[in-house]
Write a protein that binds this ligand. Structure first.
Ligand code: 5GP
Length: 247
């Protein structure tokens, strides 16, 4: 698969065209940003962790009939993906109160969100800082059809039902996560990434944070946390793509 011109460069990833117009290559960088890019830095090795964890999670989800944009991992930092027309909605699923939900409700971080996960929608807009929206706003702005939105919400909860028990078997509490979906060939697919950048992952026993909050909150041990997640959740066959330094 030939890598062609750069189509888009985001905060953490670069998307390249390929010789197939329906496929793109997603390249994962070590660059880290937080608070709508007001805080910037580098997390050494992050791109490898995020690429290979995302590949592992997408492969698992694919086996459980969640359609994802992953075609196949290509290298330590690259995956071949279906080219999506991204829906401008960030879907967040929460099992435990943390981050902006703690701020919004006054509930302490770590409080259970209940047996039923909490689902939230945000408008994917850097200039506006990703504000929270509801179904009516989605309809008003024409971001997705009611049928698409129903599918997005149902699928986000299914992703949670697959990933939370899986990660728990690896000693990780899936506190919350953000998903993005897109259209390709007349249907919807899960896109973007599933990684310590987009999920809150706590050690199930100690509740130590093993995700991007270590960077956002200057907790130290950022690289070590990403490596720990890599060791726990990336299967050996995918770890081999990372080479000896990481594996
Ligand atoms: P919160 O709303 O508490 O800041 O974030 C909830 C969850 O969604 C966290 O797991 C967080 O990592 C993820 N999330 C929400 N928005 C973004 C975003 O714009 N970028 C990234 N990387 N993660 C996000």
């Amino acid at each position: 698969m030939d890598k062609r011109e750069k189509l888009y460069e985001g905060k953490a990833k670069i998307v390249y065209a390929t010789d197939d117009p329906g496929l793109v290559i997603q390249y994962f960088k070590d660059d880290a940003t937080a608070f709508n890019a007001q805080k910037r830095g580098t997390i050494v090795g992050k791109g490898v962790v995020n690429n290979l964890m995302s590949a592992a999670m997408f492969q698992l989800l694919g086996r459980r009939r969640v359609p994802t944009h992953l075609v196949r991992p290509l290298s330590d930092r690259e995956m071949l993906c279906r080219r999506l027309d991204i829906i401008k909605i960030e879907t967040v699923v929460r099992n435990v109160v943390a981050g902006s939900l703690a701020q919004r409700t006054g509930l302490p971080e770590g409080t259970s969100a209940g047996r039923r996960a909490v689902l939230e929608l945000y408008y994917k807009s850097d200039p506006l800082g990703d504000p929270m929206i509801n179904d009516d706003h989605v309809r008003m702005m024409g971001l997705a059809t009611p049928r698409e939105l129903a599918w997005v919400k149902r699928t986000a909860l299914k992703v949670n039902a697959v990933l939370a028990p899986h990660l728990s078997r690896h000693g990780l509490l899936l506190v919350d996560f953000k998903l993005e979906f897109g259209r390709h060939r007349g249907r919807l697919w899960l896109g973007d990434e599933v990684s310590p950048d987009t999920c809150r992952l706590w050690d199930a026993r100690t509740r130590e944070r093993l995700d991007k909050d270590r960077f956002r909150r200057d907790l130290g041990g950022v690289e070590e946390a990403y490596q720990e997640v890599f060791r726990r959740v990336v299967p050996k066959a995918l770890q081999a793509l990372a080479g000896p330094a990481q594996a």
